[in-house]
Design a protein around this ligand. Structure first.
Ligand code: SF4
Length: 389
């Protein structure tokens, strides 16, 4: 089995237990069978009156959270499944965290979650040091692979693996050559045009031959001059922040409207209230991707997302490209807001807070934001279809 590790990335667990908070963890069947009926489960039930495993309506099982943390944490914030049953009885998600494992036709990609503080700081040992443990996990658990079947792109079309790889390679190259927003705009524009041109063809799978022609053409326009994309990005950035910050779904709209109109906003989740500059400040980074530490941090995160095959995840490719193209603005936004809220904190601390928001609220708790990504992609395709070829 050939493992590929995200380059220039280190990690060493500090037992901070951060990964045991803020979400309910999926419990795979092997782990469920070992925990169910154990003395540990019984004791937690007796002590708290709560069954620590929750069966969901879709047949899956999750750990229960108590005061924001996993119910299996002890008073020292250590895992009681690990201590009292054994390491291998922990849910697979806990055993692998912060690694993200994705088998592909090119080998198994080993990426990482940027919610882990050690990953954010890039501290510890190189990822390749964990090869032995990861190989054990991969042998034990059937990780969902990508690329062995065509990847859904949207509009009823799909791309095969060589075509997907071409998109990822071109985007990676453009990210190195230009500002992230321009590179992402070029990618979504090029894929969108290819999909519109080919949507009526009988063969629904686009190959490298078809996409290569379009992806190797010079860019058709400059992002700065693309008012359609600029307006859409501004609206969807506001909607994204509204969705992330809203304590209840119905609160998302008032926050979104206040942001778009430049009125005072109450960002509940971030704990900040005030008036912000226009959203355009967050839409474009400097001309060159290497112009500031923040832009470097954005670039690092985008590359890590591409490496962990974010573009193939759960949604059509065009929706994932739309999501990815919002990430630089969201990171700039939260970096800025955290600067207002914690003026004494360092640049890195603001950036890490921005990573937290992206990982947790855009990429993990996705039910609220999924329609936004789909809406952004669909609105952009609609606008593109009105333009001359
Ligand atoms: S968040 Fe990272 S450092 Fe903290 S316990 Fe989890 S894996 Fe370890």
């Amino acid at each position: 089995m050939q493992l590929h590790f995200l380059a220039d990335q280190s990690f060493e667990c500090r037992d901070c237990s951060r990964c045991c908070r803020n979400w309910q963890i999926h419990v795979d069947e092997v782990s469920r069978d070992k925990i169910r009926g154990s003395a540990l489960e019984l004791r937690i039930l007796q002590q708290t009156g709560i069954s620590p495993l929750e069966d969901m309506e879709d047949g899956t099982c999750r750990t229960v959270r108590r005061e924001g943390s996993c119910i299996f944490l002890d008073e020292h914030e250590l895992c009681r499944i690990h201590a009292e049953i054994d390491r291998k009885s922990k849910p697979i998600g806990c055993r692998q965290y912060p690694f993200m494992i994705r088998p592909t036709p090119d080998g198994v990609m080993i990426g990482v979650s940027f919610y882990c503080p050690s990953v954010q700081r890039n501290s510890g040992r190189p990822l390749s040091d964990y090869a032995g443990e990861l190989e054990e996990l991969i042998r034990e658990y059937g990780y969902r692979s990508v690329g062995f079947e065509p990847i859904a792109a949207g509009l009823g079309l799909a791309v095969d693996w060589p075509a997907y790889r071409l998109i990822e390679q071109r985007l990676t190259r453009w990210l190195a050559e230009s500002a992230p927003d321009a590179a992402l705009a070029r990618a979504i524009d090029t894929l969108g045009r290819a999909m519109l041109v080919h949507q009526s063809r009988s063969d629904r799978v686009l190959g490298e031959d078809v996409l290569g022609v379009l992806f190797d053409r010079p860019p058709t326009h400059r992002l700065e001059e693309d008012e359609v994309l600029g307006t859409l990005r501004e609206f969807f950035l506001a909607a994204m922040v509204g969705t992330i910050e809203a304590p209840h779904p119905e609160m998302a709209r008032p926050i979104t409207e206040a942001l778009l109109e430049g009125r005072e906003v109450d960002l509940t989740r971030s704990g900040w209230r005030g008036t912000l500059p226009g959203l355009y400040v967050f839409l474009h980074g400097p001309e060159s991707g290497s112009a500031s530490e923040l832009e470097q941090g954005i670039l690092r995160y985008l590359r890590a997302l591409l490496f962990r095959k974010f573009l193939t995840m759960d949604r059509p490719l065009i929706d994932n490209l739309a999501a990815l193209s919002l990430i630089p603005s969201v990171l700039r936004f939260y970096h800025f807001v955290d600067g207002l809220k914690r003026p004494q904190a360092s640049h890195d601390e603001h950036l890490h807070m921005a990573y937290d928001h992206a990982e947790l609220h855009m990429l993990t708790h996705v039910s609220g934001v999924n329609p936004l990504f789909a809406g952004f992609a669909s609105a952009y395709l609609d606008q593109l279809s009105l333009l001359p070829e």
